[in-house]
Design a protein around this ligand. Structure first.
Ligand code: GLN
Length: 482
């Protein structure tokens, strides 16, 4: 399925196809490309029933442009009655009794979920190799990773299985896989989209959003997902902007801050060249480039890898074999139940995070690690605030390299963490950012990241859309995914 949401919605309204037909196509493609391992659960029956309801609505008064459009949910969103594993053995058989707000909202819009997308276990990872269900392959080169943790979502969109998929971004998990798979991924402002029913990793950083083939499609989906939710205490109580209406805003006058720290050592030359060329295109379109500095950028990785594991260690304490999820066989005592349940249920990376996080929060170390990391977080946010006094958006490469080989970094956690060098600061500051396809290096997609002040998603989407009107990088497809 290579058409955009707008095109598909048009075809549906002209009765040239039906929601059931589109859903059948998406399911058939998911099966044909099962080798990518992009989906964990395919919900054929549920999808076809939802498609029939969408067709009924389309025949009368379709409320939303998403009515009848197939998509996939990252397996981190609770789906009522449908297994939600978070790619962990811990939740291998977990069937939630309720829907996440994101799931309910897209359901209300009558978009048709065909199932649940693969991901890194509990969203911890940058390569989608940490999944209990096995690694996802990059549709551009199946010997390479799709990025993580929303790797299944990105691969499903890139391979033309679905026109969009939901994802989450705690430190880059929408933007990094979007860059590696040549799709567009938007991370909204913290609090813009409800976290209710989204399995928690690091609660002060987790954000939900969308991966699609264009900024225009992202705008359509974000419009349906965003909004205040009384069930999420960190949800922002402010009106949702008209993301779709704002797309047409011309670029002329846009001040783009080029953060010199994002082009430093460690950035692959091919990636840097593609991003510079994209910035040249922006200039041609009427934007001005301004040199800016984010002086504390190098501290983002160390601060993030203290704060995120600290919050994860606390959030994951709930998986104890008592309430729900995996439970070891034949526990001999309460301690044995906890120990074996958690030893069996969690994978290596999740255990590593729990150990690091528990250590950083323990008496005597809290001030030295967690508190200090929170102070660094403030410095990082201040750098952005300072830069946004003179520019409208900040640009740089989303990732330091193109998609790396499967297995290349899996035995070296620090090398893996370094893949997030340009993305994690945005989460620490709670800002919105988008990754859009900007070209190719060694035949693999390169992502351009644009960052904006809090709640300026409309600005990001229009800046990306205007670039996509003038270029066709976002329209390129991997072989076999036409
Ligand atoms: N790669 C980062 C990590 O492993 C970010 C993950 C995410 O955004 N969920 O923590």
């Amino acid at each position: 399925m290579s058409s955009s949401i707008t095109q598909l919605a048009q075809t549906l309204r002209e009765r040239r196809t039906s929601a059931v037909e589109l859903t059948r196509q998406a399911i058939a493609r998911a099966k044909k490309l099962a080798g990518l391992n992009a989906l964990i659960t395919l919900d054929e029956a549920g999808a076809l029933a939802a498609a029939e309801r969408a067709d009924a609505a389309l025949a009368t008064n379709p409320a939303s442009v998403l009515a009848g459009i197939p998509f996939a949910h990252k397996d981190i969103f609770c789906t009522n009655g449908l297994r939600t594993t978070c790619a962990s053995r811990m939740l291998e058989t977990f069937v939630p009794p309720y829907d996440a707000t994101v799931v309910a909202k897209l359901g209300d819009a009558q978009a048709v979920s065909i199932g649940k997308a693969n991901m890194d276990e509990f969203a911890m990872g940058s390569s989608n190799e940490n999944s209990f269900h096995g690694a996802v392959k990059n549709p551009w080169d199946t010997t390479r990773v799709p990025g993580g943790s929303s790797g299944g979502s990105a691969a499903a969109v890139a391979a033309g299985i679905v026109p969009f998929a939901t994802g989450t971004d705690t430190g880059g998990s929408i933007r990094q896989p979007a860059a590696f798979c040549g799709v567009t991924g938007l991370k909204p402002t913290y609090g813009r989209v409800s976290r209710f029913g989204m399995i928690a990793f690091a609660s002060s950083l987790d954000t939900a959003s969308v991966l699609a083939r264009s900024a225009e499609d992202c705008a359509q989906v974000l419009a349906a997902m965003a909004g205040h939710d009384a069930r999420d205490a960190t949800s922002a109580n402010r009106l949702v902007d008209d993301y779709v209406g704002a797309l047409a805003k011309p670029l002329a006058g846009l001040r783009i801050g080029v953060a010199r720290e994002y082009f430093g050592a460690g950035i692959d030359a091919g990636v840097g060249a593609v991003v510079q060329a994209a910035l040249g295109e922006y200039e041609k379109l009427g934007a001005t480039l301004v040199d800016v500095s984010l002086a504390n950028a190098a501290l983002a990785i160390p601060a993030y890898y203290v704060i995120a594991p600290a919050e994860a260690s606390s959030n994951l304490a709930r998986f104890d074999g008592v309430r729900y999820g995996h439970r070891c066989a034949d526990p001999k005592s309460l301690e044995d139940l906890y120990t074996r349940t958690r030893a069996e249920g969690f994978g290596a990376e999740v255990k590593r995070r729990i150990l690091v996080g528990t250590y950083a929060l323990s008496a005597g170390y809290y001030d030295a690690y967690y508190l200090r990391a929170q102070r660094v977080r403030r410095l990082i946010a201040n750098d952005f605030n300072e830069a946004f006094k003179t520019v409208d958006v900040i640009a740089g490469p989303t990732t330091p390299s193109v998609a790396f080989k499967l297995g290349e970094k899996s035995s070296d956690p620090l090398a893996m963490y370094a893949a997030d060098v340009n993305t994690v600061a945005v989460n620490l500051a709670g800002l919105p950012a988008i990754s859009l396809p900007a070209g190719f290096s060694a035949n693999l997609p390169v992502g351009l990241q644009l960052i904006a002040p809090a709640f300026a998603e409309a600005r990001l989407l229009s800046a990306a859309h205007q670039f996509q009107l003038a270029t066709d990088w976002h329209a390129r497809k991997p072989e076999g995914a036409a």
